[in-house]
Design a protein around this ligand. Structure first.
Ligand SMILES: Cc1cc2nc3c(=O)[nH]c(=O)nc-3n(C[C@H](O)[C@H](O)[C@H](O)COP(=O)(O)O)c2cc1C
Length: 404
C-alpha cells in the first residue's frame, strides 16, 4: 500500500498532526477538566499554578491517586432502561444536586481574585456545597456577606486553642452547617515546587516571581482590586498581621503535632452542626473518628500533598469502608478529575466525592464561570457513565459497577 505510506510519510500529515497536538483549548471548546487546566495554566502566574498542581516530595502519592482511579474498569451494561437518571442525593443530610462538594483549599484567593467568593457562588448555583479553608484569603465573614447560601468551613486546629475555638464560633455565627476537621496536617509536607518558587513560609519575592506576575497582567490587575492578600481568617490572631511573612511564620508554628482523638472530642463538643473528619486512610483512625462522633469520614491523602508514599485513596478506601460500616457516611477525595471518577468512587461505596484541583483549574481559567463549567462537565460525564453502566440513581450504585 504505497499510497498509505506516502500519506503517512507526507509533510502535510506531519504538519497537520503537529497542528493538532498544538491545538489549545479555548473557552468555547472546553471538553474536560484537562482543558480548564490548560487555560488556567496560561492565565495564572506559574508560581500559583504550580502551587495548585504540586504534590509533596517526590509526588508518588499524587501520581498513585490518578493511576489507581484510571486502573478501575467500569462494567458496561446495555440491557437496562436508563431513560431516567437521578444525580440528586444528600451529603451529611444536606440535599445536593450531584454527589460532589468543593474541597477546602488554602489561598484560593491567589488562584483568582476573590477566588473563595467566586467558587462559593458557583457551588451555590450548581447546588453543591463549598467548603472554605482556614487558610483562605477571603474570611468567613467576607464569604458569608457575598453569598446567599450557607457554606461549609474547614478547621486546622491551632496550638492556640482559644483562637481555634473562636474560628469554630465564627463559622457557627456565619451559619455554616458543616465543619470539616482536617487531621492530616500535624506537620506540613514539603511541596517542592513551592520551595523552588519562593512560596514557602515566609514567602519570598524574587525577580522571577515579579516577572512571572508581570507576564499575567489580567491576573495582576484583578488582584489589585480584590481583598488584601493575606490569610483572612487569621489576620486578627496576631499583631502585624498585614505582614504576610510574620503571619505565615505564626501559622507554621501553630500547626499542632499533639493533635489527637481528645482534640476531636473537644471539637465535637463545641460544634453543634455536622462534623466531617478529613484525612483518614487507616481503619483504626476511622474507628476513632466515628467513636468521637463524626457524621462522616473523608478518605483523603490531601490530594497527595502530605505523606508521600501513602496509599492512593482507591487503595485505602475499602478497609475504611468496612471499618465504618453504616455508622457514618464515607466520603472520597484525591485524584477526582471527571464524572467517571466520581462514579468509580460511588461504586467503591462513597456517599459523595470532594474535588480540589478539578475546581481550582476552573477557577483559574475563568472565576465563577470556570468553576460552574467544571461542575457541569463532571455532572455530564457522570450522567453518561451512569447511562452506560445501567445505573439510574446515584444513591443505588452497586460495587459491581467496577469490574474487579
Ligand atoms: C491548592 C490546594 C490547597 C489545599 N488546601 C487545603 C486546606 O487548606 N485544607 C485542607 O483540609 N485541604 C486542603 N487541600 C486538600 C483538598 O482539600 C483535597 O483534599 C485535595 O485537593 C483532593 O485532591 P484533588 O486535588 O486531587 O481533588 C488543598 C489542596 C490543594 C490542591
Amino acid at each position: 500500500m504505497p499510497f498509505i505510506n506516502a500519506i503517512v510519510g507526507s509533510k502535510e500529515l506531519a504538519s497537520a498532526s503537529a497542528a493538532k497536538t498544538e491545538t489549545r483549548p479555548s473557552w468555547d471548546t472546553i471538553a474536560n477538566i484537562e482543558d480548564l487546566r490548560e487555560i488556567a495554566k496560561r492565565r495564572m502566574p506559574r508560581t500559583f499554578f504550580e502551587y495548585v498542581e504540586a504534590g509533596s516530595y517526590d509526588e508518588l502519592t499524587l501520581r498513585a491517586n490518578r493511576e489507581a482511579l484510571d486502573a478501575l474498569e467500569l462494567r458496561q451494561r446495555v440491557m437496562v432502561d436508563v431513560s431516567a437518571r437521578i444525580q440528586e442525593t444528600t451529603i451529611v443530610g444536606e440535599p445536593v444536586s450531584l454527589p460532589v462538594a468543593l474541597a477546602p483549599a488554602g489561598l484560593t484567593g491567589a488562584v483568582y481574585p476573590n477566588g473563595e467568593i467566586h467558587a462559593a457562588r458557583a457551588a451555590q448555583s450548581s447546588g453543591v456545597p463549598f467548603c472554605l479553608s482556614t487558610m483562605s484569603v477571603c474570611s468567613i465573614e467576607d464569604v458569608a456577606a457575598a453569598t446567599g447560601k450557607p457554606f461549609w468551613f474547614q478547621l486546622y486546629l491551632m496550638k492556640d486553642r482559644g483562637f481555634s475555638q473562636s474560628l469554630i464560633e465564627r463559622a457557627h455565627a456565619a451559619q455554616c452547617p458543616t465543619l470539616i476537621l482536617t487531621m492530616d496536617l500535624h506537620v506540613e509536607g514539603q511541596r517542592t515546587a513551592d520551595v523552588h518558587n519562593g512560596l514557602g513560609i515566609p514567602p519570598r519575592m524574587t525577580l522571577s516571581n515579579v516577572m512571572d506576575i508581570a507576564m499575567h497582567p489580567r491576573w495582576a490587575f484583578g488582584m489589585l482590586g480584590s481583598k488584601e492578600y493575606t490569610f483572612g481568617n487569621l489576620k486578627d490572631a496576631i499583631k502585624h498581621s498585614g505582614n504576610l511573612g510574620i503571619l505565615s511564620e505564626w501559622v507554621k508554628q501553630q500547626f499542632d503535632p499533639s493533635f489527637d482523638r481528645h482534640d476531636v472530642e473537644w471539637v465535637r463538643k463545641l460544634w453543634p452542626g455536622k462534623l466531617i473528619i478529613k484525612g483518614i486512610l487507616d481503619p483504626k483512625d476511622a474507628e476513632i473518628a466515628v467513636a468521637a462522633g463524626a457524621d462522616a469520614v473523608l478518605v483523603s491523602n490531601h490530594g497527595g500533598r502530605q505523606l508521600d508514599g501513602a496509599p492512593s485513596t482507591v487503595e485505602a478506601f475499602p478497609a475504611v469502608r468496612d471499618a465504618v460500616g453504616d455508622r457514618a457516611e464515607i466520603l472520597f477525595d484525591s485524584g477526582i478529575r471527571s464524572g467517571l471518577d466520581v462514579l468509580k468512587a460511588l461504586a467503591l461505596g462513597a456517599q459523595a466525592c470532594l474535588i480540589g484541583r478539578a475546581y481550582l483549574y476552573g477557577l483559574g481559567a475563568g472565576g465563577e464561570a470556570g468553576v460552574s463549567k467544571a461542575l457541569s462537565l463532571i455532572s455530564e460525564e457522570l450522567d453518561a457513565g451512569m447511562a452506560l453502566t445501567g445505573v439510574t440513581d446515584v444513591k443505588t450504585v452497586q460495587r459491581d459497577v467496577i469490574v474487579h
